[in-house]
Each structure stands twice: as C-alpha cells, then as structure tokens.
Ligand binder design. Sequence first.
Ligand code: EPZ
Length: 426
Amino acid sequence: MNCYIIEGGRPLRGEINLQGSKNSALPILAATLLNRGVSVIENCPDIKDVETATEILKALGCTVSKEKNRITVDSSNCGKYIIKEELMCKMRSSVMFLGGLLAVNKQAVICYPGGCCLGERPIDIHISALKAMGASIYEIYGSFYCLLDKGKSAEINLSYPSVGATENIMICATLSKGRVVINNPAREPEIVELANFINKMGGNIKGAGTEKIIIKGVRKLKKYVSYTVEPDRIACITYMTYGVLTGGKVKINNAPLTNIINELEAFSSMGCKISLSENSVEIEREGKLNSFGKITTMPYPGFPTDSQPFMCLMGTACEGESVIEETVFENRFVYASELRNFGINAVCKDNKLYISECHIKNGKAYACDLRGGAALTGAALMAEGESRIYNIEHIDRGYEKFEENIKSLGGKITRYYEEESAEGIG
Ligand code: EPZ
C-alpha cells in the first residue's frame, strides 16, 4: 500500500507556483468533444483525474497527446458513445462526458460515476435537466441509455445549484437547436472557466457566474481552439494552511485571489499575517490564532465545501472552539475521525464539526477522500516526529507535484510502498 512517511514539526517556508485547476480542467476536457476538431489545453494539472479524462476521450475515439501540462485533444473521430464502467467509476467528472456525447453523437451509455465518498452523490439533477432539453434517458440496472435526436429550447430551474449538472447542461446545450436557460445554476469559478472555453471555441454562453445562464445553440464550432486553465484555488488554500500551521511562511505566486475571498477573510479573522500583491499571496502565523467562530459551507459564492477540511485543521490551532457546518455534502467529515490519530479533537454532530484547540501528536491515518487526505497530511506536517498517511491514491487524484511542493518548502515527506502485513498495515 502506498503511503507518505512524514517527519513533521518543521516550519514550511518558501514559494509555490500553483497547478492548474482540477475542477476547471476536467469539464473543459469533456467539452473538447464538442468541436470535432483540435483543442489545446495549457496548464492542465498532471494528476490522476486528468489521466482518467484522457483515457475516456481515447476510448471514445479521440486522439490525445500530452506534453507536460499541455494536453491536445483531436475529437474529429469521436464516434463512440459508450463509457465503460471501469472508467466511469474512477472519478465524479466522468459524468461530465454525457452532455458532450449527446451533443455530438446524439447518444450515450454511461453508469454512475465514481469520485470522493462525500455522501450519496446522485445524478438525478443531471438527468432531469438533460430530459428537459429533449433527451430520452432510461436507467436499466445502474446503466443509463441516453438519446437526444434533436435538442430543444428549455428553461431549466435547478433544484440545487449542482456544479456538475450546470456543466453538463452548458456542454450539451452548446450545439442544441434553440436556447437553454439555467435558473439557479452553480456559480463556481469553474463554471465561468468552462463558459470561457466554450465561447472561445465559438459557443454562445452568457451569464456564467451569475444566477441565470443563457446558452444559445450554435450550428458549428471552431476546428481549433487553445485555452489556458486558471490556477487551482483549493490547492492554494491547501499550501497556505500548511504554511500557517507549521509556523512557517508561504508565498503563492499565481494565487487566484478573487476566487478565495471567503478563505482570505477567514485566515485574516484568525489573525494570520497576509500580504497580497496583484496575483500573489503570502501568509504566516503571528502568535496565537483566534477561533474563526462558525463557518457554514454553501454553494459559491458562499464558503467552499472543498476548503472545509483545511479550516478544520486551522481550528486545532485556534484558542477556544471553532464550528464548521457542512451543508453541501451529507457526509464530508469522514476525515475528522482519522484526525483523532493525531490527537485532534474534532467531534461531528448533526453535520456540524466542533473543533477544539489541541496539541497535535504524530500518528498513522488513512485518507478517505482527496481533500480529507490533504488535511491529514497537514496534521502530519504539524506533528513532531514520524507520521504515516495511507491510501494516498486519493491525494494523487487532485494534487500535482504534491511531495515536490512540500519538499521545496522544507518539509520532509517521502512516498513509500508498505507491504500489507497479516494484521493490516504497519
Ligand atoms: C464538484 O462536484 C466538485 N468536483 C467538488 O470538488 C465540489 O466539492 C462540488 O462541485 C461542490 O462545489 C468537480 O468539479 C470534479 P455538485 P459535483 O453536483 O459536481 C448533490 C474536490 O475535492 N447532487 O455541486 O459532484 C450532491 O450529492 C471535489 O475537488 C444531487 O443531489 O458537486 C451534493 O450533495 C469534491 N444530485 C450537492 O448536490 C445531482 O444530480 C453538490 O453536488 C447532483 C448533485
């Protein structure tokens, strides 16, 4: 089993250049199906989920080449429309290919996607929205058989501002006949990026990032488009948190500042010393941290759920009790039980996490999801002595050069393969 061996208790100091945004790159790669031509995606993060996305594109008949962080997709011969279960179950974003397949091939066969275990994570909102656009979708034994002979205009009122469902609609509606309006769409920065990419391709999407998105179907798209993915806002929060909690000082050189306002306000309210320039942020801790009180995660522009595990870690270094209420996913505190292996007292009750200040000790823990795994790594970096984090495949899905970045800041972390002993690891 792959694990990280971490020698913690060392202040992290230095500068980081952020990877491209995982949650922007994935829907954009799915949207490359649309132009039946060439898309060059720059600053694509070199992570497992992007690798999976390229495998899906190839399985659908596209040619894909990768040169460091540049991915070139040629979707001219994308004639296939079935995504096998072993690819669908590798990540949540596999569902994002549904909209593109219906747009270009008029049919698709998929099954439920995989992704972090944060709750049930159904796809009912995706399905009902695509049906409203004229798709016929039949679920038989967990597979979805989908047809869209001709799309139609629709006004879709999302029951919940689902990021993935919003993205699927935007992709599918790009080539539809007529106009699709999405009321109550997701407003995350990744939605804006997807619209920017599709519009650069020749699509017609207006209102991304607001409470109404209007997509006017176009007859054809440019056969060549290039696009550079923005920096990853959650990776930014991850390394900022590591810098503060190890008592160091970290500068993020290409920080997406306008996308992390909530977190910057929280860090500042805790008493962190923050210096901002045009697109960089430097952060360090000055003495004791104040509790952030209560944070409630909400759909963007509310406090991002993906940053909540790092706020939990911050709470361990604050005087008094801090509370996090998770409203986006019904089961996103699984990592908190693993944090107890580091002496962290984080108690979950009614989807609220109560965190008290504590002295962190080294320990062993198992990553259960991407951001939770990164939070466990943060606890190991804080604790004096050797700690081990297992199931680091979860972290590989979303963080590029994770160990290299931590080492470049003075952290001691090595990837290690540990044989599973009879009674379990270690
Ligand atoms: C995206 O997931 C992100 N993933 C998640 O980031 C992020 O946490 C989430 O948006 C919320 O911001 C990617 O972009 C690849 P949702 P997504 O659809 O699209 C429910 C990370 O760590 N729901 O907005 O799956 C769902 O169960 C990952 O990078 C339905 O009920 O999120 C959840 O409770 C983790 N029916 C809520 O909505 C549906 O059809 C939000 O889900 C769809 C969603």
